[in-house]
Write a protein that binds this ligand. Structure first.
Ligand SMILES: Cc1cc2nc3c(=O)[nH]c(=O)nc-3n(C[C@H](O)[C@H](O)[C@H](O)COP(=O)(O)OP(=O)(O)OC[C@H]3O[C@@H](n4cnc5c(N)ncnc54)[C@H](O)[C@@H]3O)c2cc1C
Length: 268
């Protein structure tokens, strides 16, 4: 395996894995000091996750919530960005293994964020949509739009429901925002763009393990969410359904790097 091509200097090298909120904020501060800063990220862009649901529901374009990483560090000689996935950490040798080679560090910062939690169930992981990145949001958006196109050419009522109904699992902020955006799309966009489809045929189910939506939120917000859903016809239920076209998984989160990556001596 080759070493990743990064200039050797006398400055201490700080490697940051992940360049979203945490990694980018830190890098912006460190790059002004006497360090060589090296960012590794799978993507060449920074993404604003709180608005991913708007991209998934066609409310915003991906470029509205992401910008190129290199733009943020245009004038810094001591900053190096490498687009690569970190596969392994070897703390005894102070190096990381990536899919483009290995890289030594003096200090390592892991800012890889969180991943969707499927609770170890691979069937759920393979058969549902998640919304943690721009590419996942775009995939979901394309799927929803192509399902509307399929619904338009499907005569049979029951068959059509497979393309129109959506189940969202998880009544936290992401699930609630997504259900709200989908309900808005059904109410305001669909009648204009797809006048041949009947909006009443579209069912949106939000599955929540307890009776309470937005559990971590303030009380006012929780009851407000319910009222809005009643108005827009989002059905909040506690039991999963079987006949659905899309299932969007928005439950809790889990750690990203160490779940998938051999940590070589670091605590699991
Ligand atoms: C749909 C959604 C809505 C949200 N809404 C809100 C909200 O309203 N308010 C709020 O406060 N928070 C919200 N959050 C949470 C918030 O976005 C996260 O807390 C925040 O993004 C965490 O920042 P981070 O830098 O730690 O990780 P992330 O933003 O997840 O960034 C991790 C970075 O690491 C990179 N990476 C991961 N693994 C590797 C690897 N092996 N090799 C190389 N690079 C890797 C990724 O490409 C990514 O760039 C929301 C999250 C989602 C998904």
């Amino acid at each position: 395996m080759a070493v990743v091509n990064i200039p050797e200097t006398d400055l201490p090298r700080i490697v940051i894995v992940g360049a979203c909120f945490a990694g980018l904020t830190l890098a912006r501060k460190l790059v002004k000091k006497k360090f060589q800063v090296v960012i590794f990220d799978k993507n060449n862009y920074h993404q604003f996750q709180p608005l991913l649901y708007q991209v998934a529901m066609s409310g915003l374009e991906p470029s509205s919530i992401s910008f190129p990483l290199r733009k943020a560090f245009q004038n810094y000689q001591n900053m190096h960005i490498r687009i690569a996935e970190v596969k392994e950490i070897q703390p005894d040798q102070k190096r990381i293994i990536t899919d483009i080679g290995y890289c030594h560090y003096d200090k390592l910062v892991i800012a890889t964020g969180a991943d969707t939690n499927y609770f170890g169930n691979m069937q759920i992981a393979q058969n549902t949509y998640s919304i943690k990145s721009v590419s996942e949001a775009m995939y979901l958006r394309n799927q929803i739009l192509s399902d509307f196109e399929l619904a338009i050419i499907t005569r049979d009522f029951d068959e059509r429901q497979i393309f129109l109904d959506t189940v969202i699992v998880g009544g936290g902020p992401t699930g609630v925002e997504l259900a709200g955006a989908l309900a808005e799309m059904k109410t305001y966009i669909l009648p204009k763009d797809y006048p041949e489809l009947r909006a009443e045929e579209i069912d949106i189910y939000l599955i929540q393990g307890t009776d309470q939506l937005l559990q971590g939120d303030v009380r006012q917000c929780r009851s407000c969410g319910r009222k809005v859903f009643d108005r827009y016809g989002v059905k909040v239920i506690k039991m999963p359904l079987s006949l659905t076209s899309e299932i969007i998984w928005c439950t809790s989160i889990t750690d990203r790097l160490f779940r998938r990556v051999k940590s070589s001596g670091l605590p699991e």
